[in-house]
Design a protein around this ligand. Structure first.
Ligand SMILES: *[C@@H]1O[C@H](CO)[C@@H](O)[C@H](O)[C@H]1NC(C)=O
Ligand SMILES: *[C@@H]1O[C@H](CO)[C@@H](O)[C@H](O)[C@H]1NC(C)=O
Ligand SMILES: [Zn+2]
Length: 463
């Protein structure tokens, strides 16, 4: 339907290509049209192949693992099995029962490798933008996220994360800023603007950005409570449970900064699966038209940045438990669940380790050229190289634990990597999420399935 216009845009893209993306790519319309074109092509291909169902998704649950690379999947699966005393490789993560999976291409308009800001803008607002920007095109045009599309369709909406609520991934659900570091403004947008102020459930960390760290002296939690007289504000697992007695909107902020890693958390900090259960139960009661909820396992990424694979994998298993909770609490005939990542990380699983090798330990059967053993997991980029005074690798054995640094090769902070990430889907229209796709197609596919937004949907599709 956008054929001629798109051809024009694509030819411009070729002419203008150089360092960075094309000039056309800086415009939000380019990506919105490109996604609608890809959606149409995909629908046609599925129809030709006779694949798919005709059910509408009443509810959509999008679960995002920040920095959840394929290696993280595999290694966490093994760790899950090994926690249970098994060899590990044959273990299963919750998403393995999903019927469809695919890959998404995560590059941004000016970067081969994404950050969470541009990637989450693709996942939630349907456009690619530049590194660091949230909810707006490279030119600065604001775009609505799928949460706003859902609110316009009368659905209840929620945002859940283990990071600060104002961190890049959750911010892409409701905010518009040029730079992700503008977190005080992001917090203000959450409380004051749409879709933020109409969210039914907001659960995560980062209280500082709402009160104590503010330079304008405002207390945004108090302001939220004034605007939501029926609302319930929770600071801990107990007060979250106490909120289930009440009916109105729910705001839970469980830490001043990011929530603690599960391995280091105080007992009164809720787990991601607790937040997931609370959000789904609350949202299901809130509207007869269903709900859209964004749930992030946000600290997988932080474990990787610190090159502490044990933290990253444990956070991944927390995310896995949240996915399992979402599956248990919903009916796959009316709820679409989409699980994906924003970008990858440089964790590798290398060598020829024997079956059952401890995934956070050494590959005992192998040696490097100096006869020193190496760990199965390593990072391509990171700060801990395990070198001795002579610049030779030292045996990492004494240092490896669930919370220690995992060896890495080049002195720097751990960094994202640019390869594709996985998508898993279950429920109505989940067949659309297979194959390889641009990351910004994701919200358009969810919108098609749930009849949201301004593009083609299951409800207005002429076919
Ligand atoms: C973006 O593209 C659209 C459609 O091609 C055009 O109407 C609009 O003016 C462009 N926006 C900017 C800021 O250049
Ligand atoms: C909560 O909502 C239910 C159903 O709408 C209603 O029956 C109940 O009275 C409400 N409870 C409170 C405390 O408002
Ligand atoms: Zn990161």
């Amino acid at each position: 339907m956008y054929g001629v216009e798109l051809m024009l845009l694509l030819s411009m893209a070729t002419v203008c290509a150089g360092r960075g993306g094309s000039v056309a790519e800086r415009n939000a319309s380019y990506w919105l049209q490109q996604a609608q074109h890809q959606l149409a092509t995909r629908l046609e291909r599925m129809r030709d192949a006779g694949v798919g169902d005709m059910h509408m998704a009443k509810n959509v649950i999008m679960l995002l693992g920040d920095g959840l690379s394929i290696t993280t999947h595999t290694a966490a699966r093994i760790l899950k099995g090994q926690y249970g005393g098994a060899s590990g490789e044959e273990s299963q993560l919750a998403v393995e029962s999903f019927p469809y999976s695919g890959f998404s291409k995560t590059y941004c308009t000016d970067s081969q490798t994404a950050d969470s800001a541009c990637a989450a803008t693709a996942c939630l607002a349907g456009i690619k933008t530049n590194y660091g920007s949230i909810g707006q095109s490279e030119q600065g045009t604001h775009v609505n996220s799928i949460l706003q599309w859902a609110q316009m369709a009368g659905k209840a909406t929620g945002v859940v994360t283990t990071t600060r609520l104002t961190d890049a991934s959750p911010a892409a659900a409701y905010a518009h800023v040029k730079q992700r570091s503008q977190e005080l403004d992001i917090a203000r947008q959450l409380i004051e603007e749409l879709p933020g102020r109409q969210l039914d459930v907001i659960l995560g960390g980062g209280l500082g950005k709402f009160a104590s760290e503010r330079k304008d002296g405002r207390d945004l939690v108090q302001e939220w409570l004034q605007a939501n007289p029926d609302g319930c504000f929770a600071r801990s697992l107990d007060s979250l449970h106490a909120c289930s007695e009440r009916n109105g909107s729910l705001l839970g902020v469980f830490s001043d900064n990011h929530m603690a890693y599960h391995l280091a958390a105080p007992v009164d900090q809720p787990r991601l699966k607790d937040l997931t259960a609370m959000a789904i139960e609350r949202l299901a009661e809130q509207s007869n038209y269903g709900y859209f909820v964004f749930i992030e396992g946000g600290r997988i990424d932080h474990g990787h940045h610190e090159t502490r694979a044990g933290y990253a994998l444990d956070e991944m298993l927390e995310f896995d438990a949240a996915i399992e909770t979402a599956m248990q609490l919903t009916d796959s005939r009316e709820t679409l669940i989409v699980v994906t990542a924003d970008h990858s990380h440089t964790l590798s699983m290398s060598g020829d380790a024997m079956r059952g090798t401890p995934i956070l330990g050494l590959d005992e059967s192998q040696r490097d050229l100096d006869g020193v053993p190496y760990s199965t997991l390593n990072y391509a980029l990171g700060k801990w190289q395990s070198l001795n005074k002579d610049g030779k690798r030292e045996n990492p054995a004494p240092f490896l634990s669930k919370t220690s640094y995992t060896p890495s090769y080049i002195r720097a902070k751990g960094a994202h990597s640019g390869e594709d990430v996985a998508i898993f889907a279950q429920g109505p229209q989940s067949h659309l999420f297979s194959g390889v796709m641009e990351q910004n197609l994701l919200p358009h596919l969810m919108a098609y399935a749930a009849c949201l937004g301004q593009g083609v949907t299951l409800c207005n599709d002429p076919h």
